[in-house]
Design a protein around this ligand. Structure first.
Ligand code: PLP
Length: 387
């Protein structure tokens, strides 16, 4: 099972688009110049990086010089939080949410060891952020608020507009991890006064190992890699040229495809979800179904283990993922589902299907057809099913 996989794990990573590979390939081969060189052989590469910056800025509605290339979403998240705290002088509080990706949560918890006070805002049973709790937590000691745009596990999209205006009305720096949102839903930084935003190439059909930290002009942020003058002195080091060019192309394509993602992919996702819920009793959707990424569904199957379902789906070439993580030899339900208070028996049996522009209706039909017999078979074997 290689190329003919039924790939429904696009929140984990995506296929690099053919157009993207075509765009980056010359920069792996004959166009190998250093973009910082004075000669035109390197200079043409520098220009191409400039074009990538413009393409990304155009997708986000910001200025090219506000785009800082990084190695991944994780680096962008680390740089945003640590770089802000480095400049925040006496302020010692970081506010985030319980459902962030570990790239943010672990960064915050690391800062706790350095004497910072970390506040993690709760969510309700549908994964919606407790906005009153957030508002009441903001105070003069708050150095930064970091709230994700969209959740990687459930696809829940937070009301970022409201959150930003709440945080900015207090003059506090606002960062959002938009790794799952960029390219899937429109984002316009010209109208949304976000200070810092993270994105990652491999979630939107560019290669792994390239990301961006958007830094609004005027935001106080310590450089996160020192050395040469690259990335306006914020992030030194010779650029990952082919991947940056790839990301520029991927952002251009995402801009062109965003309407498609919001209609065609949403329809496919809804068909998949309805089909599974109709054929699998005791299953339910996790997350805020009114405010969700168009490509994601997270479904809990009561009384059975997500990993067992995944392994059986895998036999048919179906790639999905479960929220559980292996901790000390036992499977722990995801911190996101736990924060939502999803009951133990349901949280253990959760599966995330995440689609992309390459998903087809035939694939959706195939997954619906294969899932119910797998769930029924596992329930026959489950010690938790008593009837
Ligand atoms: N933030 C979110 C919401 C993610 O889903 C991911 C990856 O899954 C990351 C951050 C980390 O991105 P990267 O894999 O580029 O480090």
């Amino acid at each position: 099972m290689t190329t003919d996989a039924v790939y429904m794990d696009n929140n984990a990573t995506t296929r690099v688009a053919g157009e993207v590979i075509e765009e980056m390939t010359p920069y792996l081969g004959e166009l190998y110049g250093n973009p910082s060189s004075m000669h035109s052989f390197g200079g043409q590469v520098g220009k191409k990086i400039g074009q990538a910056r413009e393409r990304i800025a155009s997708l986000l509605g910001c200025r090219p010089e506000e785009i800082i290339f990084t190695s991944c979403g994780t680096e962008s998240d680390n740089a945003a939080i640590k770089g802000t705290l480095d400049m925040a002088s006496s302020k010692r509080t970081v506010i985030t949410t319980r459902v962030e990706h570990p790239a943010v949560l672990s960064t915050c918890r690391e800062m706790e060891h350095h004497g910072y006070n970390i506040v993690e805002i709760s969510v309700d049973k549908n994964g919606r952020l407790n906005l009153d709790e957030l508002e009441n937590s903001l105070d003069e000691d708050t150095a930064i608020v970091s709230v994700m745009y969209a959740n990687n596990e459930t696809g829940t999209v937070f009301p970022i507009e409201r959150i930003v205006s709440m945080v900015k009305s207090k003059g506090i720096v606002f960062h959002t991890d938009a790794v799952q949102a960029v390219g899937k839903i429109p984002i316009n930084l010209a109208e949304l006064p976000i200070d810092l935003l993270s994105l990652s190439g491999h979630k939107l059909h560019a290669p792994k190992g390239v990301g961006v930290l958007y830094v609004r002009k005027g935001t106080r942020l310590a450089p996160f890699m020192v050395g040469g003058h690259q990335e306006f002195g914020r992030r030194a080091g010779t650029e990952n040229v082919p991947s940056i060019i790839a990301l520029g192309k991927a952002c251009q394509l995402a801009g062109e495809n965003i309407d498609d993602e919001n209609t065609r992919i949403r329809k496919l996702r809804d068909k998949l979800e309805k089909g599974i819920l109709a054929t699998c009793p005791d299953s339910r959707v996790n997350g805020d179904t009114q405010n969700r990424l168009p490509n994601t569904t997270n479904i809990s199957f009561e009384y059975i283990e997500g990993e067992a379902i995944l392994l059986m789906l895998n036999r048919f070439g179906i790639c999905a993922s479960s929220g559980s993580a292996c901790t000390s030899g036992s499977l722990e339900p995801s911190h996101v589902l736990r924060a939502m208070g999803v009951p133990f028996t349901a949280a253990h049996g959760s599966i995330r299907f995440s689609l992309s522009r390459y998903s087809t209706e035939d694939q959706v039909d195939f997954v619906i057809e294969k899932t119910a017999p797998i769930v029924n078979r596992l329930r026959e074997l489950s010690p938790f099913v008593t009837t």
